[in-house]
Write a protein that binds this ligand. Sequence first.
Ligand SMILES: Nc1ncnc2c1ncn2[C@@H]1O[C@H](COP(=O)(O)OP(=O)(O)OP(=O)(O)O)[C@@H](O)[C@H]1O
Length: 335
Amino acid sequence: MSSEKQGGRTTTPKGRGELRDQPRRRSRRQTPHRGTPEVALEATELTKRYSRKATAALDNCSFRLPAGRISALVGPNGAGKSTLLALAGGLLRPTTGTLNVFGGAPGEFRDRVAYLAQNKPLYGQLTIAETLRMGAELNPDRWDAPYAARIIEEGSLQPGQKIRRLSGGQRTRVALALALGKRPDLMLLDEPMADLDPLARHELMGTLMADAAERGTTVLMSSHIVSELADACDHLLLLGGGRIRLGGGIDDLLAAHTLVTGRGTPADLAPHTVVEARASGRGLTALIRRDGPVEGGWATEDPSLEELLLAHLRSPDAPALLTPGTTSTRTAVQA
Ligand SMILES: Nc1ncnc2c1ncn2[C@@H]1O[C@H](COP(=O)(O)OP(=O)(O)OP(=O)(O)O)[C@@H](O)[C@H]1O
C-alpha cells in the first residue's frame, strides 16, 4: 500500500498494522557495555507516600530505564515527577517497593549520579569559583574543571561573583556546571531549564545533549516544554496520578499509535484501543493504539509527540503502555 507525504506527515488511506518509518532521531551510543544493556534505573512496585494518610505520590510503579537513553519525564502538576527524581537521587526513601540505580540502592553509586533539584540548591555565601572548587573536592576522581569553567564562561559569569547575587537563570547555569563537571553516568534533572532565557536554554540544552550523546550518559529530565523534549530526548516516561502511563523509546511509542479521522463512533474503531476520541469538523478524530490494520475508510496519520502526550494527558484512564525494554523484569506491566 502506498503512503504519501502531506504537510510533513505520512498519511495512508488505510492504516497498516506494521510499524512505519518514524522521524529520525539523533542516533546515540546506547551503552558502553556489550551484551545485555546496563539498566540505569529499575523501579519495582515503587510506592511513595509522604504521610500515612496522604494519597500516594507514586503508586506501585514498575519500569526500567536502560542506560544511555535521554529520557523525558513528563506529567501534569503533582504527577510525581520530582518525587521519582528525588528517590533516584537518594534524597527520599520509598514507602514500599524498590528503586535501583545501576543495580544498587540509590546513593550506592553517588559518584556516578548527578541530581539537580527543581530549586537548584547552592550556597549563597560562596562565590562561583568556591562552588566549583567544592565540586572538585567532592568528586576528586571525576571532576572536569575546564569543562565546568567553560559552562560558566559561556554565560558571561565571573568566578568571583557571589551566588546570592546571581539571577535565577545564572544560578541554574552554575548548578548545571556543578552537575556536568562531575561527568556523571546518570543525570537526574528536575525542570533544569525552567528559568533560563531562550538563548541560554538552547545553548545549555545543546551542551548537555552533545555531552550525553558523546559519553553515553543516561539522562532523566522532567520538563513541561514538549518542543524542548521532542528535540532532545529519545525515551519517554509519562507519569499521571503517581502511575506510569507510557514508557519506552519515543519512536516505538509513536509507532504504536495512529491518529484517525472519519465518519463513525469510537466503537467502530474496535479492535484498536481508543486512547482519546473527539468530535471534529471532519467527523471523529481519535488517537488509537493499533491492533492490526486500520480498516473502514478511516484516514490515518502519524501523531507528533505533542499529540501523543496531549491525548494521554486528556485521557487519564487510558491503559498504560510500556515497551518491552522499559518493562521491569521483575513484575508484570501495570494496567
Ligand atoms: N514534601 C512533600 N510533602 C508532602 N507531600 C508532597 C511533598 N512533595 C510532594 N508532595 C505531594 O506528592 C505529589 C507529587 O508531587 P511531585 O512534586 O512529585 O509532583 P510533580 O510531578 O513534580 O509536580 P510539578 O509538575 O508541579 O513539579 C503531589 O500530590 C504533592 O502534593
